[in-house]
Design a protein around this ligand. Structure first.
Ligand SMILES: [Fe+2]
Length: 334
């Protein structure tokens, strides 16, 4: 592990010096700030692995600093240790409420400081590894997409429209985020399908289609080891199921198909119809909706979700226009 960086925050210069010396002696790299505001400015550029902060400081105190950092998704996972006076019960409680990870009592005892810092850094290291594993998977999804000129931007458009749909039917914040990730990752299993099949301009043979049909299960297997992606797995595995049970891979029908996968199925097909392919131009919104509704009448999609999907796009011209990409005419005859 490279040398961990610790941000020491205190308005008293002598305290800063003592903490800095102790931490440097233990091999850490130390940066300092003399109030909460200065610390807040330094966090994005310095990227500390841990913050050790005093509570009472001018300009911005340690509690406000903690609250701001913990409520920001970019900094919320940096461990923060508050240094309080021995009998400062109120500030300790407020520190817990604002999300402080640990407390030390002034004057800080070196052994205790080292023990707490070491244990929090161990957790930070694990969180970082998990985050980077997730980043690798998302990069992989983007890399797969980049191989095919005609599907460029597909996953971002699917992800964004799926989230809009989730908001429109008032799903929970967690479900909306899952739809966003599902949009990016749903086709990641295509890495296991030969390029000659994925990019074939004409109709696929039965044998070739059987190979394409494996991508939802391959994708689920790729993402399964990461616990943080668990909520996304049903989308990846079931985004090609059909409401009448004629889809793949599990031939699930009706509400046995997870709700988020039913949403993804519709958004994915809509995006595909509107995009240009090697063998055809993209369709207008009206044509794409006509096909989706015909398919729904034939039992392929969830009627309720199609109805809501149409309402969403009818009421948001900007969302329809975001798909005016490869049509012969950008005119939207909706
Ligand atoms: Fe797919």
């Amino acid at each position: 592990m490279s040398q961990a960086k610790i941000l020491v925050v205190d308005d008293e210069k002598t305290v800063v010096e003592v903490h800095k010396k102790l931490l440097e002696k233990a091999g850490y790299c130390v940066v300092v700030a003399y109030n909460g505001m200065e610390a807040l400015d330094k966090v994005p550029t310095e990227g500390p692995d841990l913050i050790l902060t005093d509570v009472s400081m001018p300009v911005m105190d340690g509690l406000q600093l903690c609250e701001k950092l913990k409520n920001d998704k970019h900094t919320g996972l940096i461990p923060l240790v508050m240094v309080t006076a021995i009998d400062d019960f109120d500030n300790k409680v407020r520190g817990i409420e604002t999300g402080a990870d640990d407390f030390l009592t002034k004057p800080v005892r070196p052994r205790e400081l080292y023990a707490r810092v070491k244990s929090l850094l161990r957790i930070k290291h694990l969180t970082d590894s998990l985050e980077s594993a997730e980043t690798v998977i998302f990069s992989l999804a983007n890399a797969i997409e980049a191989k095919d000129y005609f599907t460029k931007g597909h996953i971002d458009r699917v992800s964004s429209l799926a989230m809009d749909m989730g908001r429109f039917i008032e799903l929970s914040e967690d479900d909306i985020n899952t739809l966003g990730k599902g949009g990016i990752l749903h086709d990641i299993g295509k890495i296991g399908v030969r390029d000659s099949i994925l990019n074939k301009p004409g109709r696929l043979t039965d044998e070739e289609f059987e190979e394409v049909k494996k991508h939802p299960e391959i994708g689920e297997k790729i993402c399964r080891p990461l616990r943080s992606l668990e909520p996304v797995l049903p989308i990846i595995k079931h985004h090609h199921e059909k409401y009448d049970g004629s889809g793949y891979p599990s031939r699930l029908a009706g509400e046995d198909i997870p709700l988020l996968a039913r949403i993804m199925a519709i958004v994915d097909v809509y995006e595909a119809l509107r995009s240009r392919r090697a063998y055809r131009d993209g369709m207008s919104h009206a044509d794409a909706m006509r096909i989706l509704k015909e398919e729904t009448a034939a039992g392929k999609f969830d009627r309720f979700i199609i109805k809501k999907f149409e309402e969403l796009l009818d009421s948001h011209a900007d969302l329809r226009e975001a798909f005016n990409l490869g049509q012969n005419s950008a005119e939207d005859d909706a």
